[in-house]
Design a protein around this ligand. Structure first.
Ligand code: FPP
Length: 241
């Protein structure tokens, strides 16, 4: 297991969980089997993140663009999400995890939305770790939505356009409620952000793993954190050597 320092942990970690489909194809199983295995990885990584003291974990579980996947795959992902919310409810509450969700949540099937809302509400006072599920989420769509709100407020005369700056955007973006991500991990070998946390990722450290999400282990998470801890964050400033 790679060694990590307890005092220099990324406060907020975002994960792009990629590679479920390829994992399943390699085993000659259908894609839904890959997502099912991916769901077990979610459990494993949520547990260890909480245990080591990560304050906020944001998981890219379903993108706005994922609705264009074959209906059968979308259905299986929604069913998995439903099962996850049911089966993890007790553990999330017992472990002091606050569940949150970002994205166009109105598009989710009603039963999923109901379970999600209920668990978000029931866990709202937990403070050990905030687990945010990005569902029907797109970073561009999220920014456009806030821009639309600003335009409406400016038209109504309640917002001076001169007051719109990066801080105001950050204060309005749902994905930024837990602050900007310090570390973004993407599994599955691709090296892009795919519309995840676009605003908040401005100064995030990026870690790309070749591991497919269903096989992403505690040790892989530790490797990503150890890599983060070896980096110097400058936020556009100069640091003296
Ligand atoms: C990308 O892999 C993954 C997704 C589109 C969905 C992620 C979903 C889960 C990990 C399981 C359900 C989530 C929860 C919170 C219970 P891909 O299908 O694009 O893989 P590929 O690139 O190998 O085809």
């Amino acid at each position: 297991m790679p060694l990590i320092e307890a005092r220099n942990l990324p406060r907020h970690v975002g994960i792009i969980m990629d590679g479920n489909g390829r994992w399943a194809e390699r085993r000659r199983e259908d894609r839904s089997a890959g997502h099912r295995a991916g769901s077990s990885s979610v459990r494993r990584i949520v547990r260890v993140s909480r245990r080591i003291g990560i304050e906020a974990l944001t998981l890219y579980a379903f993108s706005f663009q994922n609705w264009a996947r074959p209906g059968e795959e979308v259905d299986s992902l929604m069913a998995l999400l439903h099962d996850y919310l049911l089966s993890e409810r007790a553990e999330i509450l017992e472990q002091g995890i606050r569940l949150a969700a970002v994205g166009e949540l109105d598009s989710l099937p009603e039963p999923v939305r109901m379970l999600l809302d209920a668990l978000c509400a029931a866990s709202a006072h937990n403070s050990r770790m905030t687990l945010t599920l990005a569902l029907s989420y797109g970073g561009q769509e999220e920014i456009a939505c806030v821009a639309r709100q600003f335009a409406r407020e400016a038209r109504a005369g309640t917002l001076d356009p001169e007051h719109i700056d990066a801080h105001l955007f950050a204060s309005r973006l749902p994905s930024q409620r837990v602050g900007a991500p310090d570390l973004i991990i993407r599994t599955g070998g691709e090296t892009r952000l795919s519309n995840f946390l676009l605003f908040g990722s401005a100064y995030a450290e990026l870690f790309f793993s070749d591991r497919l999400w269903p096989e992403f282990s505690e040790a892989d998470l530790f490797e990503a954190i150890a890599s983060y801890q070896g980096r110097q964050r400058r936020f556009g400033q100069v640091v003296e050597y």
